[in-house]
Design a protein around this ligand. Sequence first.
Ligand code: BTN
Length: 321
Amino acid sequence: MKERVLELLKNGYPDFVSGEAICRSLGISRTAVWKHIQALRGAGYDIEAVPHAGYRLVSVPDRLYPAEITRGLATAFLGHKIYHYDRVESTNRTARELASRGVPAGTLVVAEEQTGGRGRMGRGWFSPHGLGIWCSVILRPAVNPMDAPPLTMLAAVAVARALRRVTGVEAGIKWPNDLLVGEKKICGILTELSAEMERVNYLITGMGINVNIDRHQFPPELRETATSVLAETGRRVSRVALLQDLLAELEYWYTLWEREGFAPVLARWKEMSVTLHRPVKVFTWKESWEGWAEDVAPDGSLLLRLPGGERKKVVSGEVSL
Ligand code: BTN
């Protein structure tokens, strides 16, 4: 109900909406209206109340509240169910729990802060309060687990495009799915899979985008390797607007992948890649190789030409440029 009160205030913005009009349209008492106004204020909405005039929305908080994300969201299914938390250990972990309880495909889990954000290769992910987009999307693609890896590259394309459109930041993609500005990382993606032999149960695509983090707010050990939208442009951007655009992009590329396969996504990935046609070092848990990043195979593997001329197909790993 408080979301509906908020909706009325937004529709009335920048004018006052009378208490009576709210009562009438929602069929609730004056006391109930007041209670919801107080709850909204408690959530950070600045609402002016003037006797005989009513209520007026003055400002909305910089929070990724479902009511903010949903308003103006241009997707058919992605983000139609949203779980928002002020603080969680990891949105990927919460998303896993929700997915195993059967929440629908397209569910979004988003947090203002993560206390144990997870990165690739067992690393952590710096996720300070209110300064980034720390989110996970639950997908249920009807594919064999072997065909799921391209989805993580698909997410990189979606984030890169949303970043360009909403913030002007031109990030390049480092195989398979790191987003870099220069040599510094602005977004990381961690995809986790639950599957049986022949069928994916669910897939969690966790995305961490450094948005309004000032350079000095990064811990010293990350200052040389991490960046943010604020650090690159000197401007703070609306995380809500960026997340809305990201969800629309993600849905577009996901639907295209379902319809036409990975080829069109890969073509776009290659255009934004900063990994190909250069010497690279590739690490896996066990091994590492140096070579020439020749191409990416149709299944998303990196094709590396080793100094001896042999061609190596790397299915998963970490590239250093
Ligand atoms: C990487 O190491 O590059 C991947 C980082 C992924 C971080 C995101 S933040 C939201 C989601 N929840 C997590 O615990 N990790 C991912």
